[in-house]
Design a protein around this ligand. Structure first.
Ligand code: CP
Ligand code: NVA
Length: 308
């Protein structure tokens, strides 16, 4: 049995295998064919944070695969009143076939997985957002940009930046990250990515200059400056991220065919300008739709390994 807790746990071949499966399921769905890969299977979805895309894509996804999703908000289940993760895991995993969790600490997710009888999927933690990266890379492949790929990530060294590091290190593409000095990526995650890059051939550069990072990039991406749980730092962060907005001037420095990606929700005129978000290079809604398709690939892939 495998879990999907971070991209670090997956090989390049496995990541591409899941994406190929996602693409097949997507193409079939577009042609009106919905195979019941997960007939009558139940996906438990535990949310300790808000969500639009993750909730809807997992719930719609499991339904389209022939199964059913249970939305479990921590406001409503005993987890929110202090029942331990390890007890929650042992109870819920006896009743469902797969679990998706969105929580704060990666360790909480790992603890759930340790005690779970069924595959567990990371639906975002403070450290990583791996399902988002699968959707992002599916979008990049569909745009034909996976060859000679140069990704520029501008902004906060957060869960999205960490998952970009994981993905680049595994797949072997060029990733440039530009953050303010006080908001750099986690050192250990960076070191691990640099180590894996020696094997994959990835070129990973971290710095502080958005212009330098974006030069000739084929994908430009960013994320909110204020992640869930950081609301109290809002005013300080807005000040300290000045100069890191992805706007039209910055996009002009990228490759002519470059696309703009954002995991959403986006905060206009903070991390990205309205013109870029709504402009011709933006692929944000294809990217959001691909959450549905990429996650179907992940669920079916995990479920197959569980049965075999
Ligand atoms: N991108 C993303 O995970 O969106 P939600 O927070 O709406 O799920
Ligand atoms: N970095 C953001 C991503 C939201 C999808 C957060 O953690 O809130």
């Amino acid at each position: 049995m495998r879990h999907f807790l971070s991209l670090v746990d997956f090989s390049k071949e496995e990541i591409l295998d899941i994406l190929a499966l996602a693409k097949k399921i997507k193409n079939d769905a577009k042609a009106g064919k919905h195979e019941d890969y997960m007939h009558k299977k139940i996906l438990g979805m535990i949310f300790e944070k808000s969500s639009t895309r993750t909730r809807v894509s997992f719930e719609a996804g499991i339904y389209e695969l022939g199964g059913v999703g249970l939305f479990l908000s921590s406001n409503d289940i005993q987890l929110g009143r202090g029942e331990p993760m390890k007890d929650t895991a042992r109870v819920i995993s006896r009743m469902v076939d797969m679990v998706m969790i969105r929580t704060y600490e990666q360790e909480k997710l790992e603890e759930f997985a340790k005690y779970s009888k069924v595959p567990v999927i990371n639906g975002l933690t403070d450290k990583y957002h791996p399902v988002q990266l699968m959707a992002d890379y599916l979008t990049i492949m569909e745009e034909g940009l996976d060859k000679d790929l140069i990704v520029a990530y501008i902004g906060d060294g957060n869960n999205m930046a960490h998952s970009w590091l994981n993905l680049a290190a595994k797949l072997g593409f060029e990733l440039r990250i530009a953050t303010p000095k006080a908001y750099q990526v986690n050192k250990e995650i960076l070191e691990k990515a640099l180590e894996d890059a020696k094997v994959s051939g990835a070129k990973i550069v971290v710095g502080f200059d958005p212009k330098e990072a974006v030069k000739d990039a084929t994908v430009v991406t960013t994320d909110t400056w204020i992640s869930m749980g950081q609301e109290a730092e809002k005013n300080m962060r807005i000040k300290e991220f000045r100069g890191f907005m992805v706007d039209e001037d910055l996009m002009k420095l990228a490759n002519k065919k470059a696309i703009f990606l954002h995991c959403l929700p986006a905060y206009r005129d903070y991390e990205v300008s309205e013109a870029v978000l709504e402009g011709p290079q933006s692929r944000i809604f294809d990217e959001a739709e691909n959450r549905l398709h990429a996650q179907k690939g992940i669920m079916v892939w995990l479920d197959k390994r569980r049965d075999s």
